[in-house]
Design a protein around this ligand. Sequence first.
Ligand SMILES: Nc1nc2c(c(=O)[nH]1)N[C@H]1C(S)=C(S)[C@@H](COP(=O)(O)O)O[C@H]1N2
Ligand SMILES: [Mo]
Length: 323
Amino acid sequence: MANLIIRPSWYITENRVTPERLFLNRRKFLRHLGVAGAGAMSLAAVGSSAAEAGGPKTVKPFAGGKSIPAPRHPDFSPDWKLSDEEVTATYNNFYEFTLQKDVHRYVGKFTTDPWSIDIGGLCEKPMTVTPQELVTEFGLEERVYRFRCVEAWAMIVPWTGFQFSKLIEKAKPKPEAKFIRMLTASKPEQMPGMARVPDYPWPYFEGLRMDEAMHPLTLVATGIYGKPLAKQYGAPIRLVVPWKYGYKSIKSIVKIEFTDRQPKTFWETLQPEEYPFESNVDPKVPHPRWSQATHRKIDTNARERTLPLNGYADYVGQLYKRG
Ligand SMILES: Nc1nc2c(c(=O)[nH]1)N[C@H]1C(S)=C(S)[C@@H](COP(=O)(O)O)O[C@H]1N2
Ligand SMILES: [Mo]
């Protein structure tokens, strides 16, 4: 067994996902994605769903969706069956619009263009950027991730985006910066849910430890199912942290701040025992009001066992080893 390579359970070897001829284009892909020199762990190979439809395509800037579908990253794209797209687009959590799941009915007035994101706090290069600028600079890739809400439902979806680490490195955080705080847009006149729960501490805010934010799995998404994010998913730009409960994946981000202290979060402010800062998916730790041992797939209603760290334990487990 000594030479058996242990892979994360969601890992799939490249020859299972990449048609033979794409191996030849590998170098080209790596070059135009700007990932050629990057770490072996996450960027061993880059295939392309676009390429399967007729040769490699350049990653174009964010422009009403012309940039996507983006090349699929096989290291992050196991052959799991995707959740039904119509179900995931009509079963969302976005409390700024409604406390129910039919968020798509309430997003009509929400404008996501123009959009800008303020990056500041403890960093050398504070800046204001647009989603378009970020996508132009970092490129886009597609990744298939599990997603697990604290309410015990789950889905598997293909996100389009870039690693959060790229954006963090661009801002050059100072050594004292140990955490990142993020903020959702506050547009009460366009977000009918805000007025319905005036006691909530709007705007929605979340946070991560710096090492969590820098982890290769942590994605900034601008698209889903090969299309720009529909508004109910958190257009134009949101976070995806697949080993944590869904509420950590903050939507429609307008601000990113580097801090030296663990920031408060929206849900922690409301109910600290139920929604602590870390909020890693853990089937053994029940929510005070329900079990987290299993979840329901939102499209098929299938019950499945929930995995530690949502199935990403081999990958991110080392972040939580006490030393
Ligand atoms: N700004 C904001 N971000 C948010 C939420 C929210 O209400 N407001 N809900 C969170 C929760 S609880 C979940 S489960 C996910 C849902 O993402 P989805 O609708 O794309 O599936 O978004 C998270 N991000
Ligand atoms: Mo959630």
